[in-house]
Design a protein around this ligand. Structure first.
Ligand code: ASP
Length: 422
């Protein structure tokens, strides 16, 4: 067998893992100069971003046109409720750990200057989800307005497909098939992008690690530790329990989730990771396109459990620094604000850092702390983004199982069976 053929047959996730490990080593050895690898990282990021909006649009129109609108409505509703519940659990875990370990002890605020950005207006945000120009929304990477428009198109198409006027019915059927083909074209491109992923992952992790370096990690060890432990509990206990309640094999699930998890870690963007997450849902988890094409892009923007953990941890960090003990009422406020801020944060790198204003502001903690944690945000962002993406996929898989929207003859579910049969 030729080298090239063997290379192509070697599983992508292993290639990504190797790229990841070599990247860490290179980042540690080379330090900030690892930034010379930026073009390679940017190449990968741009490929991912290139595909995100067309993928969301084509698959969601197709999905909404194929699935019974009632099922989509019910299952979508369940997903949104679980997204919110898991975010509250995450924020509670985050604040409990932070109160136990007090990550801010030993820090002072002297010399930190930081100009806080304008706080976000929630009503305005919600209204902005309805696009006044859907093509503008697509062009400007606005995920939620695009979801809303795609739902309108898909659901209308579903009605036209059963029209009594044969001209309309036929035209709708052709349109449906065109969207089907376009969705498949997008997945073909995603498969190509995944072949580039090992190199992109290598470059991005080397740059991230090189930028921060070991030296900065030590003083912030406790804050990073609280966030990482919170994320480990959220994934290892909360998500695993959800999967078990849904009678879903967690080992198989995490095998399917590995690629999106690593991609989220290095890209620090839930939205940028979407092509990889959606492909895992489609090809590895066999989830109905009608469901995941709606819930995953939505989750990438509103469901951020890792970010909720991070928000609460930084709030306690800030309280420690100014020597304040948070009252029970303040703790409840911080938890609620953290969930709201995590919903409001965009799925892009360091969005959570900016949204800290909401959480800190909710109990009058100093915004200067944002400047203090900005230096290590690369590390904190990698960890929380990985959690965010895993949460979207967990809740989507659980709900898909609940509504019988999983094809168990596909992907990881069939792997054991195929081996048995062989
Ligand atoms: N980077 C995160 C994400 O894309 C958002 C955040 O900064 O918390 O999911």
């Amino acid at each position: 067998m030729g080298f090239w053929k063997r290379y192509l047959e070697f599983p992508v996730i292993w290639k990504i893992t190797i790229g990841f490990i070599i990247g860490i080593i290179v980042g540690l050895i080379v330090g900030p100069q690892a930034v010379v690898l930026q073009p390679l990282g940017t190449f990968f990021l741009r490929l991912l971003k290139m595909i995100v909006m067309p993928l969301i649009f084509f698959t969601l129109v197709l999905g909404a046109a194929s699935i019974n609108p009632k099922t989509l409505g019910k299952a979508g509703g369940v997903v949104i409720v679980i997204y919110i519940i898991t975010s509250f659990i995450a924020a509670t875990i985050g604040i409990s750990l932070a109160l136990a370990f007090h990550p801010g002890q030993g820090f002072t605020l002297a010399g930190v200057t930081y100009k806080p950005p304008k706080p976000v207006n929630f009503l305005q945000t919600v209204l902005s989800w309805i696009p006044t120009n859907p093509f503008g929304a697509l062009a400007q990477f606005q995920v939620i307005p695009t979801i809303i428009f795609a739902l309108f198109v898909g659901i209308s198409l579903a009605y036209l497909r059963v029209s009594e006027v044969s001209r309309i019915k036929e035209a709708a059927e052709v349109t449906y098939k065109v969207f089907d083909a376009l969705s498949e074209v997008m997945y073909k491109i995603v498969r190509f992008v995944l072949e580039v992923a090992p190199y992109g992952v290598f470059a991005l992790i080397a740059i991230n690690i090189g930028k921060v370096g070991i030296g900065l990690l030590i003083p912030y060890g406790r804050l990073i530790g609280v966030e990482a432990l919170g994320v480990a509990i959220q994934i290892g206990v909360v998500y695993t329990s959800i999967l078990l309640i849904g009678r879903i094999n967690p080992i198989k699930f995490f095998r399917a989730a590995a690629e999106p998890m690593v991609t989220a870690f290095v890209t620090r963007s839930s939205s940028g990771t979407l092509p990889v997450t959606m492909r895992a849902a489609e090809e590895k988890l066999g989830i109905d396109r009608g469901l995941y094409s709606f819930t995953l892009p939505l989750g990438a923007t509103i469901n951020m459990d890792g970010t909720a953990i991070y928000m609460t941890a930084v709030a306690v960090f800030a309280a420690d620094i100014v020597g304040r003990t948070l009252t029970a009422g303040e703790i409840a406020t911080v938890v609620t604000a953290a969930v709201m801020a995590s919903v409001g944060a965009a799925g892009v790198p360091s969005a959570g850092l900016i949204m800290l204003t909401v959480t800190l502001g909710s109990v009058g903690l100093p915004f200067e702390v944002i400047g203090l944690v900005a230096g290590i945000d690369v590390i904190l962002d990698m960890i929380r983004t990985m959690n965010n993406v895993t949460g979207d996929l967990t809740v989507t898989t659980f709900t898909a199982k609940l509504f019988h929207l999983i094809d168990f003859s596909k992907g990881v579910w069939a792997e054991g069976k195929k081996e048995e049969a062989a």
